[in-house]
Structure formats: structure tokens, C-alpha cells
Design a protein around this ligand. Structure first.
Ligand code: GTP
Ligand code: MG
Length: 335
């Protein structure tokens, strides 16, 4: 029956588009929230610059990639050149500096996978994680933000997918499901694959932006203003794209041999990347290539237990989109 599935019909698309857009609108952060984030960043920068005058703070993650919901925590990266002290010494020093100010719950986590200092600002009510010299994350944040500028359907789709993943409990990397970053890459890849394409492949175009971080070259076309009509030939609306996204991950993706790759704008083979077997903790049960760190599979956190949960959720979502009379309710039902 997998091959006999009908396309979602025209009247369903028309009926579902407005409710999905309303959900999307309800998740977008208000402008004053952005202002509060900037205000917090500026006051943190002042504190940090007393100790390290040349250090800089950057926002990254969902507060800067345009895929952030309202009231989410912010991710900050401290960029610092000091080579005399180690990363964990910087982290502890940073926690000290912040502790002595008016900030709450300051906590250094030097042994985490990404070492951070956590804190809460009582003035704005915003919680924040600060990492050290994680420049790649700042650059992949820019890539995501640039893709979002090209076609508004990316932001709509990614918000709905993230909202679904959070509601269904499959946005928990420590439980073996996927990060928000991975879900956004899945959405970008998906829109690159539509016929006609809704998104281009920026890394295959003329290079207008390039940085090298450690040994990783990050280069792509970032003059996205020039691409604002790119997806205009494709008239698909958000309800149709949500249906097709879940249909793809439930029934069309070849989990056994395919890797999705935003970098190339296509699907590549596990064979070509030597991701065919388990190496250490990397099982490669669902393969999502990082656009810059190409040896990095964002599906590496998924194990043989959680892949079943994840694929079960994709199938559930696809079936709801196909058959349920009120998918907007059912799709986001708490698990
Ligand atoms: P929410 O907090 O869930 O709204 O989403 P988020 O966009 O902040 O995502 P997440 O917390 O998963 O990650 C924060 C940022 O860290 C991402 O936007 C990326 O820039 C970066 N990041 C997360 N995971 C990885 C990873 O495995 N590799 C790399 N290179 N960067 C990552
Ligand atoms: Mg985050």
C-alpha cells in the first residue's frame, strides 16, 4: 500500500493551509524579545570586556538563525584569543566574573560535550548558555539564517517540524533523537529537492563568503537578496509541504543507504562516506551530513532503540496528514 498512497488532495490543502500558518504565527517571537536579547548581550559584553578587552560575544543557535520560538533560551559564543590559559580555565574565570554581577544561577559545566557557563538574567528573564570559541556554530547559524531569507516557506516548515518534534518528544539528543539543528537541515534539504526547487544549494554557487575554522573551509554564496524569487516557480503551500515532508521521512527515504546533504543539495550514498557500519558510538542509522564538518553525521546520536521511535513518529505524522480530519490538533498531541 506504500506505493498506492494518494497525493493529498487540493481541497485538503486549501482547508489546512490557514490553520498551519496560524500555528506558525503563534510561535514567532515578538520584536521586543529580540531587543531584550540584544540588551542582555550588550551587558554581558561589557562585563567580559573588563577582563578580556578584545573578546567578543556572538549570538548563535535558534536566537540568531531565525528558527527560534518565542521565550527560548539564548546561545552565546565567547570569542577570545588568549592562548595562555586553557578553555576550562576561561570557563571558570567567566563564571566568576558573571557570578559577581547581578546574574542568577551562574553555573560552569566544563565537562559537558560542549563546555558552557549557564546563567539567568533577572532583568530580562532570559536564560543563556555561553560557550567558548565555537566559531563553527556561529558560521552554521549564519548559513541557516541565509537560507531562511530566500523563501518564507522554509521558516514556516521548520517551525512546524520543530513544534511537532518538541510536542512528540523527539527533539532530545540525550535520548537518542535529533537536535533542532538537524531538523532544520532536513527541511532545507527537503526544499532543495522539490520540483521545481524551492531552495538553491548555496555551497555549490559562486563563493561570496568564506572563512576557515581550524581546518574546515566554510564557503558559500551569501548574497541571498539576489535570490528572493528563487522558489517562485514552485507554488506549493505549507500544508502540502508538511504532508510531503513527513511522507518522505516515513516512506520514501532510503535509511539503509542514503545520506542527506545540504552541502551538495542532493542525496549521497553511505558507501561514499564510509558510513555503512557502526564505528565507535556512531551507528549511522539516519544520516544527516553537517554542511561544513562533512565527517560529522548529525544522526550519530540515534541508536537502535531510538530509530524505531523516530521512524514510528514520522509514520504517525504522515498518516495523520493523510487521513486525519483534524491534523492540526492530532499532529502536536503531547506524547
Ligand atoms: P532550540 O534551542 O531547540 O530552539 O534550537 P537551536 O537552533 O538553538 O538548536 P540546538 O540547541 O540544537 O543547537 C544550537 C546551535 O548549535 C545550532 O544552531 C548549531 O549552530 C549548533 N549545533 C548544534 N548541534 C551541532 C552539531 O552537532 N554540530 C555543529 N557543528 N553545530 C551544532
Ligand atoms: Mg538553543
Amino acid at each position: 500500500s506504500r506505493n498506492k498512497r494518494r497525493e493529498i488532495c487540493r481541497s485538503d490543502i486549501d482547508r489546512l493551509n490557514a490553520p498551519f500558518l496560524a500555528i506558525y504565527e503563534s510561535l514567532i517571537p515578538a520584536e521586543e524579545e529580540k531587543a531584550k536579547q540584544k540588551q542582555l548581550l550588550t551587558s554581558l559584553e561589557k562585563l567580559v570586556n573588563k577582563e578580556w578587552p578584545d573578546a567578543q560575544l556572538y549570538l548563535y543557535g535558534s536566537c540568531a538563525n531565525s528558527f527560534g520560538f518565542s521565550n527560548s533560551d539564548i546561545d552565546v559564543c565567547l570569542s577570545i584569543d588568549d592562548t595562555d590559559i586553557t578553555k576550562s580555565e576561561i570557563l571558570l574565570k567567566l563564571a566568576d566574573i558573571l557570578q559577581s554581577d547581578n546574574l542568577q544561577n551562574v553555573q560552569a559545566l566544563p565537562r559537558a560535550r560542549v563546555p558552557i557557563v549557564k546563567l539567568m538574567d533577572p532583568v530580562t528573564g532570559i536564560s543563556c548558555d555561553i560557550c567558548i570559541n565555537n566559531v563553527l556554530a556561529v558560521v552554521n547559524t549564519k548559513l541557516l539564517r541565509d537560507y531562511a531569507q530566500i523563501d518564507s516557506r522554509l521558516r514556516q516548515l521548520a517551525f512546524i517540524v520543530k513544534h511537532w518534534a518538541k510536542s512528540r518528544g523527539v527533539n532530545e539528543t540525550y535520548q537518542g533523537t535529533l537536535s533542532s539543528y538537524a531538523y532544520v537541515l532536513m527541511c532545507i534539504h527537503f526544499l532543495q529537492q522539490r520540483k521545481p526547487a524551492i531552495l538553491p544549494c548555496l555551497q555549490e554557487m559562486e563563493v561570496t563568503y568564506a572563512v576557515t575554522i581550524d581546518d574546515t573551509e566554510c564557503a558559500y554564496f551569501d548574497k541571498v537578496d539576489a535570490l528572493c524569487d528563487f522558489g517562485a516557480q514552485n507554488k506549493e503551500r505549507i500544508s502540502q509541504l508538511i504532508w510531503a515532508f513527513f511522507d518522505y521521512w516515513a516512506y520514501r527515504h532510503d535509511y539503509a543507504s542514503s545520506v542527506i546533504s545540504v552541502r551538495t543539495g542532493s542525496v549521497i550514498s553511505k558507501q561514499a562516506k564510509d558510513w555503512t557500519r557502526r564505528i565507535g558510538n556512531d551507528r549511522h542509522l539516519i544520516c544527516i551530513e553537517d554542511p561544513f564538518e562533512t565527517s560529522h553525521d548529525l544522526g550519530r546520536v540515534v541508536d537502535k532503540h531510538s530509530i524505531k521511535i523516530l521512524r514510528g513518529e514520522f509514520e504517525r505524522a504522515a498518516n495523520i496528514m493523510q487521513y486525519d480530519p483534524d491534523p492540526c490538533f492530532k499532529l502536536f498531541e503531547r506524547y
